[in-house]
Design a binder for this molecule. Structure first.
Ligand code: NAG
Ligand code: NAG
Length: 386
């Protein structure tokens, strides 16, 4: 029979594995297309919930592509190739909207940062007219292109934005929008340059904080609340709790510091709620660490008040942590798999807590009765655990 402590670690391991696998999963592989169309390769873009699917024909240097990106029905998405340089200016793009009432695709060249968006002949051949579909909250642009210069490596760009008065409005300037360019190899499928160092550090900030405040700290709380009910888990639960919370705090502070650094570097852009909640979480968690030093002895009459304080600050950190992880996901807009993975982790932890609540109730009640009996039998020195 596994000890409760071991079971808990197995569960923690399972939750982490779930997060890791969902985060690295190429959600583009599961995409389905109308008319049974299939593509040889795909690439989940790192931003804007977009993916590119394509089949490259080396015989004639063309590629059949499908670009899919999430958008509201009142938004636009675009994908294209920049034959001469990186980034938006100079690129030839396909833009999908429903500004005319039904999904349509515009081919245009982006000659400046505020292009006119007039229909134009692209800088590469488009042997088959592009088509577009809108379903399930995403546009899919189908196109066949002759890769410029018959080269398999191309600078690709993609984007998403909204309409204003029925017209395509400039895209937002959030980090995800500014990082949506990559050099793609149509032959091998590899891509580089999408995660510039700033985006990479933002991702590290996100992962550190999600693991710390989103997994380790709640797991530590679950351990403290439920495992200590089992007599055989005493005092193991206490050390597991400390181990989870300390490692969570260390990772969390590292992620928090990186977040502050990223914030100080982004002149003119401040995510006030995300920043303020982050500072509140750090302050409460630090208070929690120092409160350990002031913890009264089990028999001290103030211990009850300390426990109330410890629990309320602890639960506040967990709730604020979850809120801020969602706020961070909304800022960073990573591939949709991350948000799904985090929701799965939350649901898993919540499910585990519910099951343990059901399992430990009868045990806790029995224990309380026994303790009450002991107390009335004159064994008043025995006190219930922390
Ligand atoms: C592109 O290159 C391939 C070989 O690399 C060649 O077979 C093909 O004819 C070329 N296509 C064009 C349109 O130049
Ligand atoms: C390019 O080659 C593929 C595969 O042979 C073929 O299906 C496609 O029609 C060709 N495209 C053009 C524009 O010639």
């Amino acid at each position: 029979m596994a000890r409760p402590g071991h079971t808990a670690w197995l569960l923690v391991g399972a939750a982490m594995l779930l997060l890791a696998s969902a985060a690295t999963a190429q959600d583009c592989l599961s995409a389905r297309f109308s008319n049974g169309r299939t593509f040889g390769r795909c690439n989940s873009m790192p931003t804007l919930g977009a993916s590119l699917h394509w089949t490259y024909h080396p015989e004639n240097g063309t590629a059949d592509i499908a670009f899919r990106a999430q958008s509201g029905a009142d938004g636009w998405v675009g994908w294209g190739i920049n034959p001469n340089s990186r980034g938006m200016v100079g690129s030839s793009v396909f833009v999908a909207t429903q500004s005319s009432g039904s999904p349509s695709v515009l081919m245009t060249n982006l000659d400046s940062t505020s292009p006119s968006l007039q229909p134009a002949t692209l800088k590469f051949n488009v042997p088959v007219a592009p088509t577009v579909e809108y379903s399930g909250g995403a546009y899919t642009i189908f196109a066949t292109i002759a890769l410029p210069g018959n080269a398999t490596q191309q600078n690709t760009v993609w984007q998403a934005g909204s309409l204003s008065g029925g017209q395509i409005a400039p895209h937002p300037t959030a980090p995800a929008n500014l990082a949506s360019a990559t050099r793609l190899d149509f032959l091998s499928g590899s891509s580089t340059g999408a995660s510039n160092s700033r985006l990479r550090r933002k991702n590290i900030h996100g992962i550190l904080n999600a693991v710390a405040w989103g997994i380790l700290i709640p797991t530590g709380a679950i351990i403290a609340r439920y495992l200590r009910v089992f007599e055989s888990a005493d005092p193991a639960w206490f050390y597991l709790h400390i181990a989870c919370q300390c490692s969570g705090y260390i990772l969390g502070v590292a992620g928090w510091g990186l977040g502050l650094k990223l914030g100080s570097e982004s002149v003119g852009v401040t995510y006030h709620p995300h920043r303020n909640i982050g500072i509140a979480i750090f302050s409460l968690a630090t208070l929690q660490v120092f409160a350990l030093l002031l913890r009264p002895d089990k028999k001290n009459k103030y211990r009850l008040y300390w426990n109330i304080y410890h629990h309320s600050v602890g639960y506040s950190v967990i709730i604020l942590g979850a809120i801020n992880i969602f706020k961070g996901l909304d800022i960073l807009k990573p591939a949709s798999g991350y948000k799904t993975a985090y929701i799965a982790v939350l649901a898993t932890l919540g499910g585990i807590a519910l099951c343990l609540e059901a399992i430990t109730w009868p045990i806790a009640i029995r224990k309380r009765k026994r303790d009450a009996n002991k107390a009335t039998n004159g064994n008043a020195g025995w006190q219930q655990g922390a």
